[in-house]
Design a binder for this molecule. Structure first.
Ligand code: PRX
Length: 638
């Protein structure tokens, strides 16, 4: 049994959970009304929520006026905490770090807000941010929120093609980037060069703001490209925060779906902030003066909600890290924990697997006494890495919160709370307050009772729920609300055990989770299809020791083209070039054809089984137009 160190002052203790949870469901509006008071509203809202899933209409805290950067910075200064540390930045190299007090952060954010304004960026404009993990990334996003510009952060590993498509989809007016980036042994990641290539075909871009991170030689285009440090030089550090409506957009974040192009998930202001703030405080049991570190990249939702908006709205000290866990060696994470006396540490199972593989010495040579709580996100944390995290990293003193959620949900939805005493490795445990999971069978009927297994949907809306897909409300409705009427469908499978604890079993659609990165099979197939010799491709996931899921591509070449190692390499590079290195296929199997039904639909179920090595349970293949294909696929399996 784990006894959580701060149990006596925990925000929620186990005994309170059931009562408060029931209240949050039975008296939902009242519950969220109380929770909403944790943030500052310039003008109070009139109505808690207005939701109609049949139209995918979702509104929270209607007519309330607020500003996110005010809530994350100014408010704490006004309350006398201006000299508290808001942000600790740990650079890629050991000796490089910086700290910003709340006052210092306000100065930087206000100045960059004024830079944006002086370049005619106004409320409602979209600003793309394409950076590595440097402080200016945090400053840029808070500045956007201060003036009401909508940020769209594109993960710094995406290729110029992916960047171009995302900029065009939301017609961004400006990009914020850096000269080059450093990460581990990579010292010159061509950020500005990628932007230059991308925006050749982005007519909406008027300005590019460039941070000097490495002083590498880059090209600057007159009248379009502006150095961050020059713009910040003679500009006022006074910028009044814009009064935003609760339902005004805060940000767009692109994520992969099972079909088509990436989806621009749109989050709005009031509900998102209330939810990010409340979940951060309760799930991580954030206490005054705790040092909190989430290792995610801000380019993903975890970084948005749990490096920036959740922690800063709670006056936390939040740490951001530019580097990687294995540079200069596999001890780096734990050295950082010791250096900054980190109390709360939140990471992904894929990082834990990579570190676990290197043995315990890298952990044991550090102290880690400051740690009180560990967190996990992105995929199921399986028993071996859970145990390692618990026993070796936390020395059996720290609870582990295995948090299940999605880009679309804005914040944590199913999770243990630190004060619980019956942690089950691999289980995301209980729904968060206000969240009502439901298990459905494929026909949309509820699977009742415990134990139960099926598809995971959510009944009621919650404040952090996404509001639309940018520019495509129909796709929003079709993706999430059309299959099962009256529910938000998550795309995940789930089991509920006899105690009512939830166990996520993974995606049930064609979305892959590769090292915690979400990728659509359709996107990768599209990239492979751009190789001149490829006739057709189908991509599936397969279990991968380190990445969780690996990318397995079945490729049919044009008639007359022989497969060889060169083509295989070229195809892999095509994917890297078009999407980014994180989508690089692990295995390519050439085949004369793909298993299809007579109507021409590719039977992915069969391909998945073959890639997983489950060749004795392929199921009925008699409906295929050419069953003999399967035999050759099995024979030539990689
Ligand atoms: O399949 C689930 C998995 O990650 C998906 C969401 O991916 P994304 O939008 O990129 O957000 C990741 C970070 C919030 C989910 O549909 N997932 C996320 N957390 C867990 C998880 N699977 C199992 N356990 C988790 N704790």
């Amino acid at each position: 049994m784990i006894r959580y160190k701060d149990i006596n002052k925990a925000h929620i203790i186990t005994e309170q959970y059931s009562k408060l949870y029931n209240e949050s469901i039975n008296n939902n509006e009242n519950f969220w009304s109380k929770v909403s008071k944790r943030i500052h509203w310039f003008k109070n809202w009139d109505k808690v929520s207005d939701v109609d899933y049949s139209k995918a209409k979702i509104k929270w805290f209607e007519n309330g006026k607020l500003n996110v950067s005010y809530n994350c910075i100014d408010r704490h200064i006004e309350n006398g905490h201006g000299d508290d540390i808001a942000l600790i930045w740990e650079g890629n190299d050991i000796l490089e770090d910086k700290q910003f007090t709340y006052k210092e952060l306000l100065d930087e954010v206000s100045k960059f807000s004024n830079v944006l304004k002086s370049n005619n960026i106004v409320k409602g404009d979209r600003v793309c941010i394409y950076m590595q993990m440097i402080p200016e990334l945090a400053i840029a996003m808070l500045a956007c929120s201060r003036i009401g510009a909508v940020h769209s952060i594109v993960f710094g590993a995406f290729s110029s093609d992916s960047l171009r498509d995302r900029i065009n989809d939301s017609r961004c007016r400006a990009v914020v980037t850096q000269d080059t980036g450093v990460r581990g042994l990579k010292k010159d990641i061509p950020m500005k060069e990628n932007v230059d290539k991308a925006i050749i075909d982005c007519p909406s871009i008027e300005k590019v703001f460039v941070v000097n991170r490495t002083s590498s030689k880059i090209k600057m285009k007159i009248n379009r490209d502006l150095w961050w440090h020059e713009e910040m030089l003679n500009i006022s550090s006074d910028c009044k925060p814009e009064w935003m409506d609760s339902e005004d957009p805060l940000f767009i974040l692109y994520t992969s779906g099972s079909t088509g192009t990436p989806k621009g998930v749109l989050h709005t202001t009031g509900g998102y902030l209330v939810y990010a703030s409340y979940t951060h405080e309760v799930v991580f049991d954030y206490q005054d003066k705790d040092i909190y570190w989430c290792t995610a990249d801000i380019g993903w939702i975890t970084g948005h909600s749990y490096i920036i908006y959740g922690p800063l709205s709670n006056k936390a000290t939040t740490l951001m890290f530019e580097g990687v866990p294995n540079y200069p060696d596999f001890s780096r994470f734990w050295q950082i924990v010791d250096k900054h006396k980190v109390n709360i540490f939140y990471t992904a199972p894929t990082a834990l697997r990579a570190l676990m593989k290197e043995g315990n010495e890298f952990v044991k040579k550090t102290d880690r006494k400051s740690l009180k709580l560990l967190g996990s996100v992105g995929e199921t944390i399986k028993e071996p890495e859970w145990k390692w995290y618990y026993e070796v990293v936390g020395e059996k003193k720290c609870p582990i919160v295995d948090t299940w959620w999605q880009t679309e949900t804005g914040g944590i939805m199913i999770t243990p709370l630190p004060s619980m005493d019956n942690f089950k490795p691999g289980s995301a445990a209980k729904p968060f307050f206000g969240i009502e999971p439901i298990i459905l069978d494929p026909n949309g009927n509820e699977v009742k009772g415990n134990p139960a297994e099926g598809l995971l949907a959510i009944k009621k809306s919650w404040p952090g729920q996404m509001r639309t897909l940018y520019g495509n409300h129909k796709r929003f409705f079709d993706n999430y609300f059309s299959q099962f009427k009256g529910y938000y469908f998550t795309g995940d499978g789930v089991k509920r055990d006899k105690d009512g604890d939830y166990w996520i079993t993974g995606r049930v659609d064609d979305v892959l989770n590769v090292s915690g990165h979400r990728l659509g099979t359709a996107e990768i197939e599209g990239a492979i299809g751009q190789h001149k010799d490829v006739a057709e491709a189908a991509v599936v996931g397969y279990p991968h020791d380190l990445k969780g899921q690996g990318v397995y591509a079945y490729v049919t070449l044009m008639t007359g083209v022989e497969s060889n190692e060169i083509i295989e390499k070229e195809i892999k590079f095509k994917v890297r070039e078009i999407i980014g290195p994180h989508a690089y296929p692990d295995k390519i199997q050439f085949s004369s054809g793909l298993p299809k039904t007579r109507s021409g639909k590719i039977m992915r179920r069969i391909l998945r089984k073959i890639s997983e090595g489950e060749i004795n349970s392929l199921g009925d293949i008699s409906t295929l137009s050419d069953p003999s294909i399967v035999e050759s696929l099995v024979k030539n399996r990689k």
